[in-house]
Ligand binder design. Structure first.
Ligand code: TRH
Length: 384
């Protein structure tokens, strides 16, 4: 429960830079704020088409709508007039997305002014601890913006984690039918689901073709599930046809199946159903950590290979990844050598119970920081 005085209104601004992570994180945060803390959330988002992929019930033509009790507003560049009722008690801009000047001007007229947060991206680098919760005064108005960083240590904001997620995971795992029913709903056959099942979510530059080649010629039956649109070129080269949902080809020991892009609330089930998950960006990367399964992270690429530093910082902290996993992860991100699947596979086969224990320990360590949404609200409450 939040200790905020109610009713509390919160405006969350999201600019979709690319892909699905920006809206993925904001949508998850918005739902948690509303469902677990009873906050009246308005989510301002500039790209409804990307949002709809995660949330199929969204109407991309509506300027304003309510989904799961959250007000969704289409944020257009030309928006320069805001009603007093649009100005919330708490204003969060995601990833420095620069909220409209007219909105800021109206915030300055409020008494007391809203608590203003810039919610930053996730990084395991050390400098994050020093910048977490730092204030920045507005040059023109008497407004202060605070930087809030998610993270992996007690001196950061922690990770997004819904209150019931671990319980839901345990319930899902209790009956094998849950897995087969879920995979079945994606079109996966029983035979495919009995093979080593791998979900693949990565950026187009990942060395997927090389990996497919190794899997095809390997000794282990592998079933690779690829959401439509992911690694399109490599997948179509393997399939020798268009990668539409439902398309499936088996060659050698590798079965590749294109699955639909699932709604965000089902994505966890996909991770829970697989033996190994390839994830990317920020949100799927965090979800993989709650799934207690081995995962390989394809980090969002940055200029001058800055992302390699971030990747190493994470691997340096992540006590649940084995040496083979670390080596594979570096190679998958082109930070060293070539991905050594055989080594990773040896490890997966022999060390699964140990990796599982380490994943649970890591999860507990992350839970001890407290979930990011509650930490964020506690911080905000201290500023009101
Ligand atoms: O899509 P991403 O690469 O997103 C981002 C953006 O590129 C962003 O600009 C950058 O800042 C950030 O990465 C680091 O990866 P991410 O973060 O994992 O987001 C994907 C979202 O899509 C996540 O919420 C899970 C969801 N998803 C589904 O809902 N269904 C699916 O089938 C899949 C594969 C993903």
């Amino acid at each position: 429960m939040s200790h905020l005085h109610k009713p509390t209104s919160l405006a969350l601004f999201c600019k979709v830079v690319d892909n699905f992570g920006d809206i993925g994180i904001c949508w998850r945060l918005a739902r948690q704020l509303e469902q677990e803390h009873q906050i009246a959330v308005t989510l301002w988002v500039d790209d409804l088409i990307s949002f709809k992929k995660l949330c199929p019930e969204l109407d991309t033509n509506a300027g304003q709508q309510y989904i799961q009790n959250i007000a969704i507003r289409h944020w257009r560049n030309q928006d320069n007039q805001f009603a007093a009722s649009d100005i919330a008690n708490i204003v969060i801009e995601f990833f420095g997305c620069d909220i409209p000047p007219a909105y800021i001007a109206s915030m300055a007229l409020c008494q007391p002014p809203p608590v203003w947060i810039n919610l930053e991206g996730l990084s395991a680098e050390e400098w994050v601890e020093g910048c977490h919760t730092l204030p920045s005064s507005h040059p023109q108005y008497s407004l202060t913006k605070y930087f809030f960083f998610p993270g992996f240590t007690q001196k950061t904001g922690g990770l997004l984690l819904e209150k019931n997620l671990i319980h839901e995971y345990e319930q899902f795992n209790q009956a094998t039918q849950n897995r087969s029913a879920f995979l079945g709903s994606l079109g996966v056959s029983v035979e495919e689901s009995e093979a080593l099942t791998i979900s693949l979510f990565c950026y187009p530059h990942a060395p997927v073709e090389q990996l497919f080649h190794v899997w095809e010629n390997g000794t282990e039956a592998i079933s690779c599930l690829v959401p439509v649109g992911v690694a399109k070129k490599a997948v179509e080269n393997f399939l020798q046809k268009e990668a539409t949902p439902g398309t499936q080809v088996k060659r050698g020991n590798l079965n590749v199946r294109v699955i639909p892009f699932v709604p965000q609330q089902d994505y966890d089930k996909l991770l829970w159903s697989c033996d190994l998950n390839f994830v990317r960006g920020e949100d799927s990367f965090v979800r993989a950590q709650w799934a207690q399964k081995e995962f390989i992270w394809h980090i969002y690429p940055q200029d001058e290979n800055l992302h390699h530093k971030k990747l190493r910082a994470f691997l340096g902290r992540h006590t649940a990844s084995s040496r083979a996993n670390q080596a594979f992860s570096l190679a998958w991100n082109d930070a060293s050598g070539a991905p050594d699947w055989l080594n990773l596979w040896k490890d997966l086969r022999h060390e699964l119970p140990e990796t599982h224990i380490q994943s649970i320990l890591w999860q507990r360590q992350m839970q001890d920081i407290g979930d990011m949404t509650s930490n964020l609200l506690r911080f905000i409450n201290g500023k009101r």
